[in-house]
Design a protein around this ligand. Sequence first.
Ligand code: ATP
Length: 369
Amino acid sequence: MASVTFEAVTRSFAQAERPAVDRLDLEVSDGEFLVVVGPSGCGKSTSLRMLAGLEPIDSGRVLIDGQDVTGRRARDRDVAMVFQSYALYPNMTAGENMAFALKNLGVGADEIRTRVAEAARVLQLEELLDRKPAKMSGGQRQRVAMGRAIVRDPKVFCMDEPLSNLDAKLRVSTRAEIASLQKRLGTTTVYVTHDQTEAMTMGDRVVVLRDGQLQQVGTPIDLYERPVNTFVAGFIGSPAINLVTGVPVRDGRAVLMESLQVPLPATGAARALDRVTVGIRPEGADTVGAAGSTGDDRLTVRVARVERLGSEVFAYVDPVGLVDGAVGTAEHMVFRLDKRQDLQDGAVLQLRVQLPEVLVFDADGHALR
Ligand code: ATP
C-alpha cells in the first residue's frame, strides 16, 4: 500500500500550444481508488504515464509512499499498469502472461505458481490459464491483463481506460468487479477514463481535468452537487445539466421567468452581479400540469421531443417566456420526467424546479456558493 503525490507536475510536447499536463497537484491516499476523468486530449493518459514512469516529467515531482520517484525508471517504481489494449503477449498463454513480469523480477518458480494461482482464483481465470489471447473473449483478455497487474502485488495500480474495448453490458459488470477487487486488495489505484459514469460509480474520489489543468477533485457526490464551475457541472451527470446563460439578477434573485426566480447563493448575493448562468439538472424538476399555476419555482416549457426508454422518460423542451437577456441553452433543455406522464410533442407544460438544487455560476462560469 502506498500514497501517491503529484507536485506541480508538468509535461509539454513539442509544437503544442499549451502543456499537456500543467502544474498538476494531487494527493492520492493509501488504498484509495482515484479516477481521473475528462474529455479526449485533456491530459489523463499523460498524467498516468508520468506516475508509471512511462513518460518523462518536465518539471515537478512524483512521490510514491513519500519517496521521490521522478527520476526512477518504470520498473523501479513498483507500479503495475493495465492498458486499454491489454498489451498481452499473443504467443503466451494466460498463465505465462501473468508469470512473465514475475520471472523478469527474479521471483522463484514456486512463488510465481502460487501468485498466479491466487490471481486466477480471484479473477475466475482458472479454466483459461493454458489458453492464448487469440482464443479468449475481450472480457477474458481484460481479466488476464488485470491478473498480470495483481500478481506483481505492486504499491500502485495504474489503469488506462481498461474497459473501453468491452461491450456495454460487460463494461457495467466489469466495472463493479474491478471496484470490489480493488477494495479487497486495498491497493492504491489511479484509473483513467473519459466516461463520467465509470468515474462516478468506481471512484472514491474523482479528478476532473480540462486542457491539462485540474478543475476539481472530490467525491462523486461532491462533483455532482457542488461543481466548482460550468465545465465540471456539464461534464458530470447524464444527460448533461441544463445551463441557461445570461440570466439577469434582480433583488438578489436570478430571474429566468417571472414565475421562476432563483435566490442567489451567499457568495453571489454579496457581489454586485447583473448576469449569471443557472444550472438545472435534468432530474431537478417535475411536472405540475398545464400552464397557469403559480409560484416562483415554475418553468414553462414546450415539448419538442420525447424519448421513452421504458424505465424513464426524457423530455426535450424549450422554455417559453424567458425574460429578456436570458439566452437559454445551446440546445433543447432536457428533463427526466415521470414515465407515467402523458407527454405530447408541442404541448406546453409547467415544471416545478427544485430550487435548492439549482446551481448558479458567475459570468466566468465559477460556481456561486
Ligand atoms: P484520450 O482520452 O484521447 O486518450 P487524454 O486525456 O488521455 O486523451 P493525453 O493522451 O494525455 O490525453 O494527451 C494530452 C495532450 O497531449 C493531447 O493534446 C495530445 O495530443 C498530446 N500528446 C499526448 N502524447 C503526445 C506525444 N507523444 N507527442 C505529442 N503530443 C502528445
